[in-house]
Design a protein around this ligand. Structure first.
Ligand code: SAJ
Length: 417
């Protein structure tokens, strides 16, 4: 299938829907497939079921031009892109059940000659596992055609876009394309070059899988270094933000920023796939995960210590719940973990939560009677201790006079003068 006209994108989430939309606005005939009827209905009405800048306009445009539609049933197509979740199981291995379900939908539709791309972040050799799974259901098809049967081309092309900048980074980032055969790699490159203006590098499937995991592990290790410096600075009695700012004036030093821990569904997850694969050798990667995972409880201890210097009925202001600045995404947020701990540990105190990007508290917090969502000014006015968990832009312009006399636990270095 050298000339791809129709593409089925399986999974219309944070990656699948932007990819489907951008392929469609670049002239391909795209069908998005999702298990959620609500998602399918939203897309068919030209709506986006989550917040991502500029995605709405792409989806609405593609749907109105008739180039993008959504369905719950996998159709026949020239190319398939699988963009389903690969969550972490309790034993820190990857849950491949969504990939298996996508494969079961695709297998009966194949005629031979199709390109099948796995975009989901995956441990090494999962693309090969998916290929075996599909060819197990379709013994009339083959990986390389050596046996005279029609070929299906398999590739891994990991996404690397930053939430909040997805529509820009889809177009401008370089991409890694890993083919199980050279033909698969080259055809996948041709498909992505329909919209990607960055360079596209072709390699093998396992190297592509590892590249994605290594990128996120690299960031995790570097954030862990910054978080470890915050522990050490606290002991030594220096300001970690000043320390990092000064160290970064060295021409070959670029330390990241400490925070309340690492959130989101990628950086705190992907390094575990490497640890699971090479547990003896991945010592630094595992340690970094543990350092970052330990940070929320360290912050809780700091807040409890801060409370010992204020009156017994002092309230606590918690600024921010999102997993990072200026977005509404609360998934795997260390701030939620901290707020929950505070609500449970400090039952007798009011916890005044501020999150400008949401209208109501998540259910896990809502059930606590000592917790309330309010605006920043009111929360700070009412509280003796102010805890900063997210560096939202609006927190940076808080009236400094309001903070006079408050005990501040600032995990993001936002309220420093
Ligand atoms: N964080 C810090 N200190 C820093 C930088 C980040 O504490 O100096 C924290 C953030 O607050 C957040 C977490 O780390 O809780 C992750 O945020 P992020 O902005 O570093 O990354 P994500 O999760 O939004 O997106 C990452 C990106 N990966 C890399 O930058 C290597 C993105 O390109 C990937 O596509 C995405 O993961 C993914 O889907 O894998």
């Amino acid at each position: 299938m050298t000339n791809i006209q129709t593409v089925a994108v399986i999974g219309l989430g944070y990656i699948g829907l932007p990819t489907a939309a951008i392929l469609a606005t670049n002239g391909l005939d795209v069908v998005g497939v999702d298990v959620s009827q609500r998602t399918v209905d939203a897309v068919n009405e030209g709506r986006v079921p989550f917040v991502e800048p500029d995605l709405g306009i792409h989806v609405a445009g593609a749907v109105s031009q008739g180039l993008l539609k959504a369905t719950t049933e996998t159709p026949a197509a020239d190319a398939y892109i699988v963009a389903v979740p690969t969550p972490l199981r309790a034993d820190k291995s990857a849950d491949l059940s969504y990939i298996e379900a996508a494969a079961r939908g695709i297998a009966p539709m194949l005629r031979g000659g199709e390109l099948l791309i796995l975009e989901s972040t995956s441990p090494p050799r999962v693309t090969q596992y998916m290929a075996r799974y599909i060819l197990g259901m379709r013994p009339d098809l083959s990986l390389d055609g050596n046996d005279g049967k029609p070929v299906v081309l398999f590739a891994h092309c990991p996404e690397r876009v930053l939430p909040g900048r997805v529509m820009i980074e889809l177009v401008t980032n370089d991409r890694i394309v890993g083919g199980m055969t050279p033909e698969a790699g080259n055809l996948a490159k041709a498909l992505y070059s329909r919209f990607c203006q960055g360079e596209i590098f072709v390699t093998d499937d396992v190297t592509a899988e590892m590249t994605k995991l290594v990128e996120n592990a690299y960031r995790d290790v570097n954030i862990a270094f910054a978080n470890e410096l915050s522990f050490i600075s606290d002991k030594v009695g220096v300001d970690v933000w000043e320390l990092i700012r000064l160290a970064n004036r060295h021409p070959r030093v670029n330390i990241l920023q400490p925070g309340p821990g690492v959130g989101g569904h990628c950086i705190a997850v992907d390094p575990w796939f490497i640890v699971a694969e090479a547990s003896h050798d991945a010592k630094l990667i595992r340690q970094a995960r543990e350092v970052n995972d330990s940070k929320p409880l360290w912050v809780v201890d700091k807040v409890v210590a801060a409370l010992s210097s204020v009156s017994v009925d002092s309230e606590v202001a918690v600024l921010g719940l999102a997993f990072k600045a200026n977005i509404d995404d609360l998934r795997e947020s260390p701030s939620i973990q901290i707020a929950l701990h505070l609500a449970e540990t400090l039952k007798s105190r009011r916890i005044n939560i501020v999150e400008p990007f949401i209208d109501e508290l998540p259910a896990s917090l809502e059930v606590h009677r000592n917790v309330e969502l309010m605006d920043a000014e009111l929360a700070v006015k009412r509280s003796g201790v102010v805890v900063v968990l997210v560096d939202h832009e609006s927190f940076k312009s808080l009236d400094q006079d309001l903070l006079l006399g408050k005990t501040i636990v600032d995990t993001r270095g936002v309220l420093r003068t």
